[in-house]
Design a protein around this ligand. Structure first.
Ligand SMILES: [Zn+2]
Length: 288
């Protein structure tokens, strides 16, 4: 037997031990080993190394193991992809979370001017402009960690009434339990001020989420012997659990938010990869 054959045999010996080769290749290996001391030694060495009991793994098992292995690699890739998605979304959420600037700090930067009926606001930073009523506007300024890190704060001038609508009052909205201040026009309220309160709808959603989850948990116990019903309930439960986990990750346990719409979008976005992770773990546990 020549050296080329020997190196081929040595390459496939591990597969031979695991019974992952075809019948013809097996015969080829066995023929060779009968006539080659070196390869025979190599084989016995490999066997003691791996400590694989002979004749326990048959060919079918080998194929099954190989298929499972391949599946696991694919699952690992999917898993890594999903984890990366979670990290990206969370980083985005934290880096771009608005830190609202209180009135005193932004006194100079939110300058309002009127010119031929067009009202402009000049300031530095990000802004939210909303119309509260006919002729009444509110503006908030905020900073983000991202802007601080990369120094991308920009000076802006915006037109409050691009279509020439009447602007009677512009409030500066501090969003932190501070009174809203009039920075342009007249204060239409004479008895006390206005305060913008955090929006509470995330609170309602999370409460609803927990209540439905509890009801489903009861259903799960009731139908625990009916596999099909149980499977559907589990899938629905995972949706609710994913929403809950996502909510906590985005807003913490405090559900009141001045930027609730933004938070809600991020919660939904993050809930998707969390759902898949939960499902992968569940399937893995069920199959093991
Ligand atoms: Zn050999």
């Amino acid at each position: 037997m020549n050296n080329v054959n020997c190196s081929i045999i040595k390459d496939i010996l591990p597969l031979y031990i695991d019974n992952l080769i075809s019948e013809d290749t097996r015969k080829f290996v066995e023929n060779h080993i009968q006539n080659c001391d070196e390869c025979r030694k190599e084989l016995s060495l490999l066997k003691t190394d791996l400590n694989v009991p002979e004749a326990i793994i048959n060919e079918q098992d080998g194929v099954a193991i190989l298929k499972k292995l391949r599946l696991d690699i694919r699952k690992k890739r999917v898993f890594t992809g999903i984890l990366s998605a979670i990290i990206v979304i969370l980083s985005f959420a934290y880096l771009t979370a608005p830190e609202y600037l209180p009135y005193t700090e932004s006194l100079e930067i939110a300058a309002a001017k009127e010119n031929n009926g067009s009202v402009t606001l000049s300031f530095t930073g990000e802004y939210e402009l909303s119309q509260r009523a006919q002729g009444v506007y509110g503006i908030s300024l905020y900073d983000t960690i991202w802007n601080k890190l990369f120094n991308t704060e920009k000076k802006q001038t915006i037109i409050v009434n691009p279509n020439g609508e009447a602007v009677n009052t512009i409030y500066y909205v501090s969003n932190g339990g501070q009174e809203d201040k009039v920075i342009y026009g007249e204060n239409p309220i004479y008895n006390g001020g206005v305060m913008t309160l955090p929006r509470l709808f995330l609170n309602y959603y999370i409460t609803l989420d927990i209540l439905i989850a509890l009801v489903l948990a009861v259903f799960f116990l009731m139908f625990r012997k009916k596999e099909k019903v149980k499977a559907i309930i589990v899938k629905m439960l995972f949706v609710l659990v994913s929403y809950f986990v996502s909510h906590v990750m985005i807003t913490g346990f405090n559900a009141t938010s001045y930027s609730a719409t933004r938070d809600f979008c991020l919660i939904l976005l993050l809930a998707i990869p969390i759902y898949f992770i939960a499902y992968i773990f569940y399937e893995k546990k069920k199959n093991s």
